[in-house]
Design a protein around this ligand. Structure first.
Ligand code: FAD
Length: 654
């Protein structure tokens, strides 16, 4: 058996983005000894890359804003498929979470009268995004890290050890959530006993024993070729939950952000923040036309300007004009750009033009959008104060995720498992509004930390880690060095597969066959390709040893990307309608009957868990589940005429 470093904690948080750090702070403040474990350097997470801001109805810039309006916008953005209780809690608690950040030292941009400034974003009725230029995530992470250090200093004073109650394990990847069979559960399931992982630099194995685990691992973008996501986002948390026995919810909903860079090829997919449009940037095609006016869907017709003049007036007088259609929710804008390019009206490098240079003076652009200014200058030699940017859709965010209880963030079916942030499903329905992720991280990160700590404290006995699970997890992690294992007979004797080649083929397939516009035949092809890749991935082999070996890391990440991609493809094939981030060319309309249906993905073969010798065999079983009816007082926040567009007949009747 390999050498494994073992430690005991009350709560282990996997992920040190906004959700993970907020969960860890809460768990520690509730008295739980808490470990945070993250794949990259501490502080390097997607949260740090967030640009535009954090959505919270603080009404600092428009006093008409309140949580009910924020709730309405979020539900509309998600096309009413949101877990409504999550959307309610999120809208109610987001302002407190922002104010709390201020008390911990965050410095947001201010209004003239000294309040936290808030900017416009797509789908938000009022200026709602608290921001720090276009580097909001950096300030959020800096503040949360500072709070963690402050707590560690308190602990040092009391115990003489900075890490006695809160410890960060950076550059460590978790490959398994460990479980024990739950004798108390009627269903005979499992509950959490800890995590297994490895240090990326040394390759040493690590077991953190804990009754509570919070998964906060962020997104899945690296399964797609064009993405704004960075290398860590291989769907690990989604896969960890599946393998531990928890279901994933509505994985077909993947957000393609309308504006990623399209040129030069080396930076294709890097995000161009929505703040550019929020601050007045307009989209034009190769004919110079502001084409978004042609793409306002019926459900939003009354809320968006019909002419350029009205749209432009809205920036000065939002109370008497309607907002420009560049600020429609992201799914609408991404589809419109896709259609323009397809119709031959795209920019030279296959995008459209996003122009802010004719809308604001150069010094204002440099002040409000400093990162965008530098990004285009340095990466594309484009001066955005003088010329238009070329932009096109990029895979950005996953709305689907671990199915959780709305109030507690507990993952369904596995006591002791919690999930928060991008990895959790439900909050954003079929499409997330910009700015709603940073607020989601804080609201549900806090709740996950709180309930994980309470659960751990409430146990009379701690679950023991099953050593045979540790052995299997270690063998699984070492397999790429021998590239052996049970393979079908026709694969025997074949040379090992290169993990980089497998990854590229996966990304290409997901981009081409399960991308922004989906068709039945192509998704079937994708599933065949995934099956082929799954078999070949069993022979993913690497040379060398465990000390920092990126090929080995990728070989392990492939298991996760393949599992998650299969969930996306299966769910997308099943949902025969178009809604939010899921667009079917063969089923182009949103069907009210589908609003009642959630799709759940589980591991089809439960022996694909740690009991099996080959976990990659796990394929996905999909089930349908009826959504909970929306509470009447929340429905009463909408006009009946609007509800008719979304709700199924029987729901309206009820
Ligand atoms: P992340 O911040 O993604 O952190 C995940 C953590 O999990 C990391 O620490 C990672 O190392 C760790 N991890 C992953 N796998 C493992 C593993 N196997 N073992 C151990 N650790 C692991 N949202 C907004 O609301 N407003 C914005 O302005 C905005 N701008 C954005 C700009 C960009 C360029 C991008 C990419 C996203 C943006 N988003 C924005 C979305 C938002 O930033 C993310 O959805 C959010 O930060 C996710 O936070 P998280 O805490 O869930 O995960």
């Amino acid at each position: 058996m390999s050498v494994v470093d073992r430690q005991k904690w009350d709560v282990v948080v996997i992920g040190a983005g906004g959700a993970g750090l907020r969960a860890a702070i809460e768990a520690r403040e509730r008295g739980a000894r808490t470990a945070v474990i993250c794949k990259s350097l501490f502080g390097k997470a997607h949260t740090v890359m967030a640009e535009g801001g954090i959505a919270a109805a603080m009404a600092n810039v428009n006093e008409n804003d309140n949580w009910q309006v924020h709730f309405r916008d979020t539900m509309r953005g998600g096309k009413f498929l949101n877990q409504w209780r999550m959307a309610e809690l999120h809208a109610q608690e987001a302002p407190d979470r922002v104010w709390e950040l201020e008390t911990w030292g965050a410095l947001f941009d201010r209004t003239k009268d000294g309040r936290i400034s808030q900017r416009n974003f797509g789908g938000h009725e009022y200026p709602r995004l608290a921001h720090v230029g276009d580097r909001t995530g950096l300030e959020l992470i800096r503040t949360l890290q500072q709070k963690i250090v402050a707590l560690q200093q308190e602990d040092h004073k009391e115990t003489g050890d900075y890490e006695s109650r809160l410890k960060v394990f950076q550059e460590c990847t978790v490959t398994r959530v460990l479980t024990v069979s739950d004798s108390g559960s009627a269903a005979g399931g499992s509950r959490v006993s800890g995590v297994f992982g490895y240090e990326r630099e040394s390759g040493r194995f690590l077991v953190l024993e804990a009754p509570s685990v919070v998964i906060a691992t962020g997104g899945i973008g690296k399964s797609f070729k064009v993405t704004s996501n960075s290398w860590e986002y291989t769907g690990d948390g989604h896969a960890l939950a599946l393998l531990a026995g928890a279901p994933l919810l509505n994985m077909e909903f993947v957000q393609f952000h309308p504006t990623g860079m399209v040129w030069p090829p080396s930076v294709k997919g890097i995000l161009v923040t929505e703040s550019v449009r929020g601050d007045g940037g307009v989209l034009r095609n190769s004919e110079g036309k502001r084409f978004m006016f042609d793409y306002i869907p019926d459900v939003f017709k009354e809320k968006y300007a019909e002419s350029e003049e009205e749209g432009d007036r809205w920036y000065e007088d939002p109370d008497h004009n309607r907002r420009p259609p560049e600020l429609l929710p992201r799914d609408e804008v991404a589809r419109a750009i896709n259609a323009e390019v397809k119709a031959g009206r795209g920019s030279p490098h296959g995008g459209v033009f996003l122009d802010v240079s004719t809308r604001m003076p150069a010094e204002v652009i440099r002040r409000r959008l400093p990162s965008m200014y530098h990004q285009f200058k340095e990466l594309a030699d484009v001066d955005i104060t003088a010329e238009a940017m070329e932009v096109g859709p990029t895979c950005h965010y996953v709305m689907g995720g671990i199915a959780v209880e709305s109030d507690t963030a507990a993952a369904r079916g596995v006591p002791g498992l919690y999930a928060a942030g991008e990895v959790a499903g439900g909050m954003h329905g079929s499409n997330r509004l910009g700015g709603n992720s940073l607020s989601d991280l804080l609201v549900f990160g806090r709740r996950a930390g709180l309930h994980a700590a309470e659960y751990a404290a409430g146990l009379t006995t701690r679950p023991d880690v099953d050593d045979s699970q540790v052995d299997i997890a270690a063998a699984e992690a070492l397999r790429p060095f021998s590239a052996e294992g049970p393979v079908p007979s026709e694969q025997e004797g074949r040379p090992p597969e290169n993990p980089y080649t497998l990854h590229q083929e996966l990304q290409q397939a997901m981009n081409d066959l399960v991308g922004i516009i989906r068709r039945e035949g192509e998704m079937e092809q994708a599933l065949e390709k995934l099956a082929d890749l799954r078999v070949r991935a069993r022979r993913a082999g690497v040379e060398g040893h465990r000390q920092f070996n990126p090929g080995w890391h990728l070989a392990l990440d492939l298991r996760n990307m393949l599992l998650v991609s299969e969930c996306v493809a299966r769910a997308a094939l099943e949902r025969t309608e178009s809604r939010g981030g899921h667009t079917r060319e063969d089923h182009p309309t949103m069907e009210r009957e589908w609003r009642r249906i959630n799709l759940l993905c589980r591991l089809a073969d439960p022996t694909g868990g740690l009991a099996a010798t080959d976990p990659v065999v796990g394929q996905i079983a999909l089930t349908r589940e009826t959504t909970d009816p929306i509470r009447p007082d929340l429905l009463a926040l909408f006009d009946k005429e609007e509800l008719v567009k979304y709700l199924a007949e029987e729901e309206l009747y009820e």
